[in-house]
Ligand binder design. Structure first.
Ligand code: ZN
Length: 483
């Protein structure tokens, strides 16, 4: 959740415009390639403003400049060198990268933590440039939107606060790279990216490394999910097989050729120096999750979710889903605290307010609560004023029985909304990525004991160091740790 109120993203309009533009007379499919380049650039420029506003750009000028330099070098070697490309690191802990039409390319702070060299960074950027040069990104937006609308029953919580597409273009786009959106497009982007790597002096094999980084994320999540007794996230089914045994990927990368031995640009040290001291996981600007608590120092709020619910911090909200997957709690900002909490609740619910409304205080803060039905789903929702901002906290369940079961936990979460305390502020300290030289004889188990990463620290440290699942550090080698 970010401290600016997210604006509605024009995804519906955008898609209507695009699907309007032409149909392929042979397949009957929309043919986006007939969209003019200036239309494409204009679309990208419009959406870029929204991406930057909703995600936030990571506040580190030197890092932004570095990523842009690497990106521009690749772009000049691409099939569309005349586009004006822009490369930005967005302030998100998600492991992702994505492209807008027209050459607007984003890489998350999150994915940077998991890369080990400039060549791997170039692999990610080259892949995204490939989507732009092959003009996939326009198609991806519309396809992702179509798939995203109404795909999840519980995503309709408090409609009207979100744009009509049911979710923002960001989270839809955000899923594109990793969700298996069109295997053929992904493979083509890998092929093009590998070519751009070769043309700029990197070893195209870095592309396979990058796919391996993503594949290992999936394996790690499966490991954590097992220990937590939940289903693993299905967020990159695109890599059905491990890249090492993915013959088509191996083939398209091999076609790009290999640099002469010893001549490839790797720039591991430079890359690690650039990401040293980067924020790891949640940032203070978006609020941090510590165990079942959510802290947002800029808003000055704290909230405790029920134990064992899965908490996720989105750009525009923070949500928690119960272990049974039939109830959800969401917290979001709802603009300025104007009038009374009751009025804010009325505005937010647009006439859907329940018959019974309680006007009360939560930990000294003015609040109003009601039970209602949103999109046919039983919902408990509160509006609370804290400082100059109104907040909505809602619990929603798949049916009346599920709400009945979850209601004590939903009510407890609502009741826990409070001004942040000094003790909370200490816990909300952001984590930092540091580069050290591996001490002689140190194992990941040793490093994990000093790590704030919690019970999966050993695997997590291996993962960020590209040594998952079984590697150990070699004395003196540069190593990422989290402080
Ligand atoms: Zn892709």
């Amino acid at each position: 959740m970010k401290s600016i109120v997210a604006t509605a993203i024009g995804v519906v309009l955008l898609v209507l415009t695009l699907t309007d533009c032409a149909q392929n007379p042979v397949s009957g499919n929309p043919n986006f390639v007939t969209m003019s380049e200036s239309q494409e650039v204009q679309t990208g420029r419009q959406e870029d403003v929204k991406v930057r506003q909703e995600y936030g750009v990571y506040n580190n000028k030197a890092l932004q400049q570095y990523v842009n330099e690497v990106g521009q070098r690749l772009a000049r070697a691409s099939h569309r060198p005349n586009l004006q490309y822009s490369f930005a690191v967005v302030d998100s802990p998600e492991i992702n990268a994505f492209a807008l039409p027209g050459g607007y390319i984003y890489i998350t702070r999150g994915i940077l933590s998991y890369l080990s060299s400039e060549a791997e960074l170039a692999g990610v950027l080259g892949h995204e440039i490939g989507h732009v040069t092959a003009r996939h990104s326009v198609q991806q937006i519309s396809a992702a939107t179509a798939a995203g609308v109404g795909a999840t029953l519980l995503q309709v919580f408090v409609p009207g606060l979100r744009n009509q597409a049911g979710d923002s273009v960001i989270s839809l786009l955000g899923n594109v790279l990793l969700s298996g959106y069109g295997r053929e497009h992904e493979l083509e982007a890998d092929r093009l990216g590998a070519q751009y790597l070769a043309r700029t002096g990197y070893d195209p094999q870095a592309m396979i490394k990058v796919v391996g980084v993503l594949k290992n994320q999936e394996l790690f999540d499966a490991e954590v999910a097992k220990s937590e007794g939940r289903e693993p996230r299905a967020y990159h089914g695109v890599f059905a097989s491990h890249p090492d045994s993915d013959t088509r990927l191996q083939q398209v990368v091999a076609e790009a050729g290999r640099p002469a031995p010893g001549s490839a640009r790797l720039n591991q040290e430079e890359f690690l120096r650039r990401i040293d001291r980067m924020v790891f996981a949640d940032s203070p600007a978006q609020g941090v999750i510590r165990n079942e608590n959510f802290y947002h120092t800029e808003f000055g709020l704290a909230l405790t979710f029920p134990r064992n619910w899965r908490i996720k911090n989105h750009p525009d909200r923070v949500s928690a889903t119960n272990p049974g997957n039939d109830a959800i709690i969401e917290l979001r900002s709802a603009g300025r605290a104007q009038g009374t909490p009751l009025e804010a609740l009325r505005r937010a619910l647009k006439g859907n307010i329940g018959a019974e409304v309680t006007q009360t205080t939560l930990n000294g803060l003015p609040a109003a609560l009601t039970s209602t039905s949103m999109q046919g789903l039983p919902t408990r929702v509160a509006a609370v004023f804290l400082g100059k901002t109104a907040f909505l906290i809602g619990g929603q369940a798949r049916n009346a029985q599920a709400l009945q079961r979850a209601l004590p936990e939903i009510n407890a979460a609502i009741a826990s909304f409070r001004p942040i305390s000094d003790a909370d502020r200490k816990l909300a300290r952001p984590l930092t990525l540091r580069i050290i030289n591996a001490p002689r004889g140190a194992t990941f188990a040793d490093l994990a004991r000093k790590s704030p990463l919690g019970k999966n620290a050993v695997s997590h440290l291996r993962l960020i160091n590209g040594m998952y699942p079984g590697g150990e550090p070699v004395a003196g080698q540069p190593l990422k740790v989290i402080e």
